[in-house]
Design a binder for this molecule. Structure first.
Ligand SMILES: Cc1ncc(COP(=O)(O)O)c(C=O)c1O
Length: 398
């Protein structure tokens, strides 16, 4: 009989020639478990998703309650569905006043797509400015914004009138002008290998957008929901974007995303033509119920308050001559090494020794550390020791 691993390789589409092939049987809190008794500390959170840990009981209860009522009943935006209303209503008070309208999606990529559309329609402009090394999703619109030309070339032609600026470079802000509909930036660049911008840069971007009538879109798909030590990363900068993109950590493990804006901006999708931006499953009631429970966990359990202290523990333990730099904000951390070979070897050794760690789309020489925010001090210590042991082995192939 073929194993699950063999069936996975045979029957599911592969996205690379070298999938990690770690088999997961169940997950709880910060731990993943394999089918043969393997236990892993999760330092990736399913790529910044499981901020409150896996299978939080309040999320499971909210899902169960909603399962007892209804699943899908109609396309998004037609019927009044209590879980969507409750989520939008409870989310809004945690956001600044300008964000008074939420459009729910299935994913982060779809939030990017929706934001691009409303920005173009609202400003009646066509040009969008994005950053080098950015990642905003993989559909053709979102891929047009990817800040790595290799990925754009492979799927050309993509959207026209997209210009790129260097992230955190004041000089390039002149490229934002009165023909620019929107500037889209990650609040901290994730797939670039965690690049934290200067406060003055973010404030200058806001200023330039105000000067030119350009909408500022912040992609908080990876940074949102406490990951950086504030509920949303834009709160570090003392400015507000015009459109906010959310997903990943929003659903407590369920698929959901959103673009959030002021109603005057959002309302442009109501007509000319009407139903110009629709989705069948966006804002699925079960995902909305899970997302509301997850937000309440983050707030009630004060998870954000402890993020910086835990980040400092990682920084304190992760001292090794092979580490060139630790970058990041809160529990969105990156261990910069020298070569991809080191990264691959450390990741493999860690997995073999009970720690899940990974790397980045546009930075293959660094390791990603983005654990559930609920990780305990002991798990931080133990996971760091495994990473240090892996680094001690140098470039030996495990
Ligand atoms: C910053 C950022 N934006 C957008 C996306 C796309 O989100 P999704 O995979 O949910 O479509 C990602 C996913 O990694 C991301 O990190």
């Amino acid at each position: 009989m073929l194993s699950n691993r063999q069936l996975f390789l045979a029957n599911t589409a592969q996205t690379s020639h070298s999938p990690r092939l770690i088999e997961i049987d169940r997950a709880e809190g910060v731990h993943l478990y394999g089918p043969n008794g393997e236990k892993y500390i999760d330092l990736v959170s399913g790529f910044a998703v499981s901020n409150i840990g896996h299978r939080h009981p309040r999320v499971l209860q909210a899902i169960t309650d909603q399962l007892d009522r209804f699943l899908h009943v109609t396309v998004y935006g037609e019927f009044v569905q209590a879980p969507q209303v409750a989520l939008a209503t409870h989310r809004l008070p945690v956001l600044p006043e300008r964000f008074d309208s939420v459009y729910f999606t299935n994913s982060g990529t779809e939030a990017t797509e929706g934001a691009m559309k409303i920005a173009k329609k609202f400003t009646r402009r066509r040009r969008i400015v994005a950053a080098e090394k950015a990642y905003h999703g993989s559909t053709q619109g979102a891929l047009s914004l990817i800040g790595n030309p290799e990925y754009r070339r492979a799927y050309a032609p993509l959207l026209p009138e997209i210009d790129f600026i260097r992230y955190n470079h004041h000089d390039d802000l002149e490229k934002i002008d009165t023909s620019t509909a929107a500037v889209i930036l990650e609040a901290v660049q994730g797939e670039a290998g965690i690049r934290v911008p200067d406060l003055s840069y973010m404030q200058a971007v806001r200023h330039r957008c105000d000067e030119t009538g350009t909408l500022l879109i912040f992609d908080e798909i990876q940074t949102g929901f406490g990951r950086t030590g504030r509920l949303f990363a834009f709160q570090h900068y003392g400015i507000e974007p015009d459109i906010l993109l959310l997903a990943k950590g929003m659903g407590g493990g369920m698929p959901i995303g959103a673009f959030v804006a002021n109603k005057t901006v959002m309302d442009v999708i109501k007509d000319n033509p009407m139903l110009g931006h629709i989705t069948t499953f966006g804002g699925h009631p079960v995902s909305c119920a899970a997302a509301l429970a997850s937000l309440n966990v983050i707030i009630d359990e004060h998870l954000v308050d402890d993020v910086e202290r835990k980040a400092q523990l990682f920084r304190q333990y992760l001292q090794h001559p092979a580490i060139r730099e630790i970058r990041g904000m809160g529990l969105m951390l990156c261990i910069q090494l020298e070569t991809f070979e080191q990264v691959a070897n450390v990741s493999k050794y860690c997995a073999d020794n009970g720690v899940i760690i990974d790397w980045f789309l546009h930075c293959a020489t660094a390791l990603r550390v983005s654990p559930p925010l609920v990780i305990s001090d002991d798990d931080i210590k133990n996971a760091c020791q495994v990473i240090l042991n892996a680094l001690d082995r140098g470039s030996d192939t495990p």
